[in-house]
Design a protein around this ligand. Structure first.
Ligand code: GCU
Length: 496
């Protein structure tokens, strides 16, 4: 608000200066004409007033009729008003009032590009493609289709050390994954833990925020050298320091995951694309300079699409590794990386289960509810996450001809798990549940069971007996052991 007042004051000052200048110019006009020709302009409109204090006969430099003058004043006034109105279009404050969040209509997940409803299972693959294309066009952007070559280097393969103890049953691998194209190369470090005695473990794959070293206290995990956010602990000059080890280990309960028979793999999201607005030069965007998003190509990939594309490249690697079930890949992510997991899952059918944890706006939450974070807020705070087209919907969610339930549906017939947290209103827990609920029509058409509840379940009470699961964890925006326990139980029910 303060800056609005500042703008108003500046505009008024400018207007006053303009008036003064105009009067001064008029005065000059009088003197010039008086000194130059010493003639007066009798008969000119307003000439009766054309008499200077010096008693010199006067004549304006440019002679304008009253109508013209009024016109100019009106145009200036109109322009200024429109300009200040435009500037004053502030982002709406976040809504947390449920009564204001229910007035919207959604397009059915079975509605095709021509608005016709699809009726049979054999139409689903085409409908799925349409939905993925819709989200690429309107929200996340298209990743390039050109291949990259992938070179890997296993630089560590040994039993893990967790909590200071050697874990004979947990095989730890670290793999440098080089994504290469036309002489350019991006290195992504993949850390993988798998049950030593299992030849084909289903594997959770998810990106982390702070580097692989932040996921556990194993001193052998390579410290990330990629960009880190200075606001995070253990970061100096955008570089992780030794003190960042294990500082997000509560999000990665590795020992418990492997004890359940699963493998878990992670990589630092900054290895794929540093999370700041650099004009899409660094990270994997830099591998495809000719595919950069700009005003004339508003549907090219943003950072979420880049992270999702990176997850698929890591899947390329994982599906060839011994000890991992190539048919058992699952993608998981928290918050912005939950949005990423959903987009990766919608694009890449190798992910048999897609887990969205507290993904909120641009993730599982319905945008049209306009509850918590809005499209305008996310596009303003994080201008590099989505494509340019998504900005059309800033504070205009009612004009969206799509919503996030269609993204959940685009994953069908594979399984989806949506997790919310009770105090995470910013991510809109009910909006996250409702996406699953409205996506269920597609699962039902495919003979699968989705979510039946339209209302939030009690906290710590997972729901969903079919292909979509949901829970509302008690607490804050985070991904904790409780969440993982539900993901794993659900994965097992899906036969993974
Ligand atoms: C911000 C952002 C969210 C995002 C979250 C995160 O809060 O507004 O959309 O999910 O960061 O990634 O932690």
């Amino acid at each position: 608000m303060q800056w609005l007042i500042t703008i108003a004051v500046v505009l008024t000052a400018l207007a006053l200066v303009a008036i003064k200048l105009y009067r001064f110019a008029k005065e000059l006009g009088r003197i010039d004409s008086a000194e130059g020709s010493k003639t007066s302009c009798h008969g000119c409109p307003g000439s009766s007033k054309n008499q200077s204090d010096l008693g010199i006969a006067i004549k304006p430099l440019v002679q304008l009729g009253d109508k013209t003058k009024q016109g100019i004043v009106a145009i200036v006034f109109l322009n200024t008003s429109i300009w200040s109105l435009g500037l004053s279009q502030e982002i709406r404050p976040p809504n947390y009032d449920e009564s204001k969040a229910s007035n919207y209509t959604l397009v059915s997940v079975l509605s095709g590009p021509d608005g016709k409803r699809i009726e049979s299972k054999d139409q689903w693959p085409a409908q799925r493609r349409y939905l993925v294309e819709l989200f690429a066009t309107e929200e996340y952007g298209f990743a390039p289709k050109d291949p990259v070559s992938i070179r890997t280097e296993v630089f560590d393969d040994a039993p893990a050390v967790l909590g200071g103890e050697l874990q004979a049953n947990i095989r730890r691998r670290q793999i440098a994954v080089y994504l290469e194209r036309e002489g350019r190369s991006v290195r992504v470090d993949l850390a993988l833990w798998s049950p030593k005695d299992r030849s084909n473990a289903p594997c959770f794959l998810g990106l982390n925020f702070r580097g692989n070293q932040s996921t556990c206290d194993d001193p052998k995990i390579k410290l990330t050298s990629s960009w880190c956010d200075n606001r995070n602990p253990g970061v100096q000059n955008n570089k992780a320091t030794e003190s960042s080890r294990a500082n997000q280990s509560e999000r990665w309960p590795i020992a418990q995951i492997v004890a359940e028979g699963f493998a878990v793999a992670t990589a630092h999201y900054s290895d794929i694309d540093p999370d700041y607005d650099d004009g899409f030069e660094n990270g994997v965007h830099g591998l495809f300079p000719e595919h950069r998003i700009d005003e004339t190509n508003p549907s090219r990939w943003g950072s979420i699409a880049a992270w999702a594309w990176g997850l698929s490249r890591l899947a390329d690697v994982l599906e060839k590794l011994d000890g991992i079930d190539p048919q058992g890949l699952m993608v998981v992510g928290h918050s912005r990386l939950g949005k990423t997991a959903l987009w990766a899952g919608a694009n890449d059918p190798r992910f048999q289960l897609v887990v969205s944890n507290n993904s909120g706006c641009g993730g599982a939450a319905l945008s049209k509810r306009v509850y918590g974070e809005s499209v305008a807020r996310i596009n303003t705070s994080f201008p590099h996450w989505f494509n340019r087209n998504f900005r059309k919907y800033n504070d205009r969610e009612e004009t969206m001809a799509f919503d996030q339930h269609q993204l959940i549906a685009a994953i069908a017939p594979r399984s989806v798990y949506i997790a919310s947290a009770s105090n995470d209103k910013w991510a809109d827990p009910l909006g996250e549940l409702l996406s699953g609920y409205h996506a269920s029509e597609a699962f039902a058409m495919l003979g699968l069971k989705g979510l039946e509840a339209k209302e939030l379940p009690a906290v710590q009470t997972p729901i969903g007996q079919g292909s979509i699961g949901y829970h509302l964890r008690q607490g804050e925006h985070d991904m904790l052991l409780y969440d993982w326990q539900q993901f794993m139980a659900f994965a097992k029910r899906q036969g993974l």
